[in-house]
Design a protein. Structure first.
Lengths: 178, 154
């Protein structure tokens, strides 16, 4: 029996609807491209200068919200991309600590919570209302990963796996606090 | 890092000769390495659970791998293109078109998206270049190189 019931990381979809590529460009801009035809077709850009460079993004396809983890502020920002030609910021949540590039971000497909990795913390956040993200719980992690090495995947409700840095090369397993 | 939830397999990639690796999850607290690709110094990778294809980029080439449901990694093909793929930090694979899109910062102000056709992994072909400077009208000083792409259905 499968331990994990549903894939929750964002991956290439296989549906018949057009695909949208979401690209974190640099220095305060996100760019959105339609790649359903093969080659990238530019749709829009979004100025994210007020929350810095987005280093990790996850897409909530059920509600067309994009969750962005910034490296230069302490925020997770939600962006409404129901109209990808005109994305708008819907809300933000301050983690209360400094974030570094490469920390992970994962979410549950039920659109109820999101898991964020910070410098030495893994936090579960309530995203049932994307415009008003709030904290559920936080756990402290030793050696949580560094630079582009750290990342998180999250199963359908209970466990998260966090890969530590390339020197430690270990995987941590966390159980979400109910 | 990707999670193949149907088969309890994790995929990771580390910047050393271990490269792309798979891990079997026998229980939440028992995660053991299943296989490693042995590719050298990968910079980015993407995985599609739909067709079990993983795509990697290194300093000089694109690699296409098949990931079995037991975690076995099989190389399906590579494509050397050092002029375009050095220092890449982002790649996505679109299973619908079987195209791979690779991001590269080409100067302090400009970045490109390179598109490759991997429908025949043993014969990967370059398709096009898109310079995104005109899409994102801002001088990219102090650029933090793009780390990841996401792709989703709308």
């Amino acid at each position: 029996m499968s331990l994990i019931s549903k894939l929750t990381t964002i991956a290439a979809g296989a549906g018949s609807t057009p695909h949208l590529m979401i690209s974190n460009v640099a220095t305060g801009y996100l760019a959105f491209y339609d790649i359903s035809g093969g080659e990238p077709n530019f749709l829009s850009s979004f100025n994210s200068a007020d929350f810095g460079v987005a280093t990790e993004m996850k897409y909530d396809s059920a509600r067309s919200y994009l969750y962005v983890l910034s490296d230069s502020t302490d925020k997770i920002v939600t962006i409404d991309i129901s109209d990808p030609s005109s994305p708008t910021q819907a809300g933000s949540y301050s983690m209360g600590l400094s974030l570094t590039p490469g920390n992970g971000l994962a979410y549950i497909s039920s659109s109820e919570s999101i898991l964020a990795g910070s410098n030495n913390l893994v936090s579960a956040l309530d995203i049932s209302d994307p415009t008003s993200v709030s904290s559920l719980s936080t756990v402290s992690v030793s050696l949580p990963g560094y630079g582009s090495e750290g990342s998180i995947v999250y199963d359908s409700g209970t466990y998260a796996w966090l890969r530590e840095n390339s020197v430690i090369r270990t995987l941590n397993v966390f159980r979400r606090r109910e | 890092m990707f999670l193949d939830a149907e088969n309890d397999i994790l995929l990771t990639m580390v910047y050393d000769p271990a490269g792309l690796s798979t891990w079997s999850i026998s229980s939440p607290t028992s995660v053991s390495k299943t296989a490693s690709s042995g590719i050298y110094y990968p910079k980015s990778f993407d995985f599609s659970v739909v067709d079990r294809i993983a795509v990697t980029v290194t300093d000089s080439e694109i690699g296409v791998f098949s990931i079995s449901t037991s975690g076995t990694i099989t190389s399906l093909g590579t494509h050397s293109d050092a002029a375009r793929v050095d220092g890449n930090r982002g790649v996505i694979y679109n299973p619908n078109t079987e195209y791979v899109h690779v991001f590269k910062r080409v100067s302090t102000t400009e970045s490109n998206i390179y598109t490759y056709d991997v429908s025949t992994p043993s014969s990967i072909s370059f398709v096009s270049t898109r310079n995104i400077y005109s899409d994102v009208p801002q001088t990219m000083t102090n650029v933090f190189c793009q780390r990841s792409f996401d792709i989703a259905n709308l």
